[in-house]
Design a protein around this ligand. Structure first.
Ligand code: UDP
Ligand code: LCN
Length: 807
């Protein structure tokens, strides 16, 4: 496809345009152009040469430009990186004479090294990392639109294998069934069934037996009969459920298909103990949230732990294991921080609120350097401590669980590396969750890693990412674009496909994006705290009144800035940490620039802090100053309220509802948002929501149906979109209710923790099964990964540790 994209331009009368466009590029200062630069350059070209609008959009040159992600100028030539399809790119060199030459990935990486003057062919070759050969044990998805639906694909593949070689597969299935135990209690089948033939026969017998029982006959009543036939607990809690499960297995043996396989494996009681790894800390339930680098991840992991426990309890009950001493347990593994600033982060064990058996387990870092290990450590500096942390955590987990867990889930780059180390040692299924990957957040972070390494240590982080994502049995992402982006932007995982770390290594193929390991499983929202404003019976009147006052009228300069001239105007509401990327200042500027918007609405921001002195974070301080400056510049006094408060969970739920009582709207103006939990919270509360089109919100909201997209880099357009909605609502008050109702429906139908955990547990079982049947085939991959860990990661981590010791 791509050579044609170029060839079509050359073969048409646009050839001269291409020539002059390239010559314009040569006059640019920039030698390395990213997509935005390319589009800007092309826009300028079209306007300079007065090209008609059709030319800009639909000419051959326009198409070529649209698909070009990067241009690197080198001598007289230019190198074009073209991504004409999601998840695949091709590279071409275009000479001054307009000859086209395709470049291999290896050559592209050399071009990039030359660009930063770190190319040294005379000193020998650079290490090339290539994971592709190790993916031969796995089937791969063909169509990019099915990326992220790994489990469906895997099921089809596994069941077609069942067809092809029934004998071998039934053997594996049989061995797999024999494996399951809870502590020392055998589950599913016992020693009376010795072979897979015998298993088929006994299933028929058991089916005849249970068919005669009342459908709701409790399992305890006929447990011993089944035991004599070779079946232990785990098939169901009633005669009806046992019969169903046995029938599914019978059908799977006779005529396997993918639905039957999924239905059967989803019922196997094989997950009781789960570890959620979120090591870098400040993980607590009170007064901790909102420190830089935590925020959404802490909210996510806590809610996930609660929901997982509940789902495991339901599954245990349905499998007939109640009353047999089976109690599921979920542990959130994080670090213990001795100097914990008045929080509970120095406590070893803390029960998760409203659960029976979910815990936060805090394991300290070894005392390599008390200055560092007694205190909180930034995520960028955390790397040297992770290996020993994993070793210590393993012991504590084994003690807490009285055995190994059944599933280990990592969070973020550091948690995923620890999850890898633990999974490898304990031989347990590993699942990764990223929340955000830094590589695509920081432009050119890999190319200039040497300049940035003092501050960010990306050489460690990206190596850790490559290790963990390739080692994981499965990866869950919150959105499709987290994996492979959109037609015009590269995905977060996709950015690991091929890149250079000059003078360290070249990644020729860093991850198989078409692997079924990728699954999109979005999070949900805490329904106890966040629910529709109209559910008056569940709302606490005193909270509501207190927040009403705080939002609109209370005068308390210590924590609230601004007094509204007219508190009855429709509120535009936003809530986020004052990170640059969250762009609350952008929203204030958008509001400042639009007098029409100010006429109709007030702007209300909940942003944690009011004063520069309260913040220890440079970025946050800059944002605070900027916000005051904007208020001054656009004279927003009387029109804005800025609440420098941290709300408790129940307050933060009620605050959205109070805004909804006032028929307000929620705006999420981030420059990029990986997913965006506040969007779900606002929508479930019934707030019409306007959210950034850059990142996850694009998949959460269906534009103009249950919310709206905004482009936070285009302030005028954003103001117009909001104004348009507000005017429509003024003309037709029903409009607000329509969008509000659809926002609520959207969350309940698609983004609940129940949906999330059901899917996550199904994945854990199916990948657990696959892990079991393909174990030997993965060993070569894991050995390669270990080599990376010991030969690249570890020496670098040790060097950073030595540096820390001098601090
Ligand atoms: N949050 C909060 N108080 C604040 C700001 C945010 O409780 O002052 C919560 C918010 O309700 C949400 C989470 O922090 O649950 C932020 O998650 P999100 O995914 O929106 O962004 P992140 O901070 O992870 O980038
Ligand atoms: C991190 C982020 O930046 C948010 O976009 C997510 O919603 C949050 O983690 C939870 O996954």
């Amino acid at each position: 496809m791509s050579p044609e994209l170029i060839q079509n331009v050359i073969d048409s009368d646009e050839k001269s345009d291409l020539r002059s466009f390239i010559s314009e590029l040569r006059h640019q200062e920039k030698q390395y152009l990213l997509r935005n630069d390319i589009l800007n350059a092309y826009r300028e070209y079209c306007s300079k040469y007065q090209k008609p609008p059709e030319f800009y959009q639909s000419s051959n040159l326009g198409k070529l430009i649209y698909y070009t992600q990067e241009i690197i100028r080198e001598d007289g030539n230019i190198c074009l990186i073209i991504r004409s399809k999601i998840a695949s790119q091709e590279v071409y060199r275009l000479t001054e004479e307009l000859n086209i030459e395709q470049l291999a990935v290896e050559e592209l990486l050399d071009v990039r090294d030359r660009f930063v003057n770190h190319y040294h062919p005379n000193e020998g070759d650079i290490l090339e990392l290539d994971f592709q050969p190790f993916y031969d044990y796995t089937p791969t998805i063909r169509d990019p639109k099915n990326i992220g639906k790994g489990v469906q694909f895997l099921n089809r593949y596994l069941s077609s294998k069942l067809f092809q070689d029934p004998k071998q597969w039934l053997e594996s299935l049989f061995n797999f069934l024999r494996l399951h135990k809870y502590d020392s209690m055998p589950l599913l089948i016992n020693g009376r069934i010795q072979s897979q033939q015998q298993l088929s026969e006994q299933i028929k017998k058991a089916l005849t037996f249970v068919a005669d029982l009342e459908i709701d006959e409790p399992y305890e009543k006929f447990r011993f009969v089944l035991q004599l036939m070779g079946f232990e607990a785990g098939w169901g809690n009633t005669a009806g459920r046992v019969r169903e499960t046995l029938e599914i297995l019978d059908e799977l043996i006779d005529s396997p298909d993918h639905q039957t396989l999924e239905a059967f494996i989803s019922r196997i009681p094989m997950v009781f103990r789960i570890v959620l790894v979120s090591p870098h800390g400040w993980f607590g339930q009170e007064g901790v949230l909102g420190r830089p680098d935590t925020g959404g991840q802490v909210v996510y992991v806590l809610d996930q732990a609660k929901s997982l426990e509940k789902q495991l309890q339901e599954d245990v009950s349905l499998a007939g294991l109640d009353g047999l001493g089976v109690q599921p347990k979920v542990i959130i593994l994080t670090r213990l921080i001795p100097n914990s600033d008045g929080t509970l982060c120095n406590q070893r064990l803390e029960k998760v609120h409203n659960t029976d058996n979910a815990w936060i387990l805090r394991v300290p870092l070894r005392e390599f350097n008390p200055n560092m290990t007694q205190n909180w450590i930034s995520r960028f500096e955390f790397w040297p401590y992770l290996e020993t942390y994993a070793i210590d955590a393993e012991k504590e987990l084994l003690a807490e669980f009285k055995g190994a867990p059944d599933l280990i889930v990592g969070n973020y780059s550091d948690g995923n590396l620890v999850a890898f180390l633990l999974s490898r040692r304990l031989k347990v299924t590993q699942c990764n969750i990223a929340h955000a990957l830094e590589k695509s957040k920081y432009l050119f972070s890999n190319l200039y890693w040497q300049e940035l390494d003092d501050k960010y240590h990306f050489s460690l982080q990206f190596t850790a990412d490559l290790i963990a994502m390739n080692a994981a049995n499965f990866i869950i992402s919150s959105t499709y674009q987290e994996i492979v982006g959109t037609p015009d932007s590269v995905g977060q995982y996709e950015s690991y496909k091929c890149f250079t770390m000059p003078e360290l290594y070249h990644v020729v193929d860093g991850i198989e994006l078409f692997s079924p390991k990728f699954n999109v499983v979005p999070p949900g929202v805490n329904e106890a705290a966040y629910f529709p404003y109209s559910r008056m019976e569940d709302r606490v009147i005193s909270d509501r009144e207190q927040l009403e006052d705080m939002l609109f009228t209370l005068e308390d300069p210590a924590q609230i800035f601004g007094k509204l001239d007219d508190p009855n105007k429709r509120p535009i509401f936003s809530m986020a940490r004052l990170d640059r990327i969250k762009n609350l200042t952008g929203l204030a500027e958008c509001f400042g620039k639009s007098e029409a918007l100010q006429e109709h609405c007030n702007l209300i921001l909940v942003a944690g802090k009011l004063r520069v002195e309260e913040s220890g974070d440079n970025e946050e301080r800059d944002e605070i100053e900027k916000l005051y400056h904007i208020i001054e510049q656009y004279n927003l006094y009387g029109k804005i309220r800025w609440l420098g408060v941290r709300l408790s969970k129940s307050q933060s739920g009620e605050i959205y509802r109070v805004i909804a009582d006032h028929q307000g709207i929620f705006v999420q103006p981030a420059l990029f948002e990986a997913f965006g939990l506040t969007i779900l919270e606002a929508m479930i509360s019934g707030l019409p929501t306007f959210a950034t089109q850059f990142g996850g919100p694009l998949e959460i909201i269906q534009n103009k149906t249950n919310g709206f997209y905004i482009n936070p880099t285009n302030l005028e357009e954003t103001a117009e979109r909001i104004l348009d909605f507000v005017t429509k609502c003024d003309q037709n008050p029903n409009y607000w209710y329509e969008i509000s109702t659809r926002a609520i429906d959207r969350v309940y139908s698609t983004y609940t923790w129940k949906i999330h955990t059901t899917k996550l547990l199904t994945l854990a079982r199916i990948y657990g099964f696959w892990n079991f049947t393909s174990k030997e085939n993965r060993e070569d991959l894991l050995r390669y990964i270990e080599a990376l860990f010991y030969l690249i990661y570890k020496p670098k981590a040790q060097a950073l540790l030595a540096e820390h010791q001098h601090r």
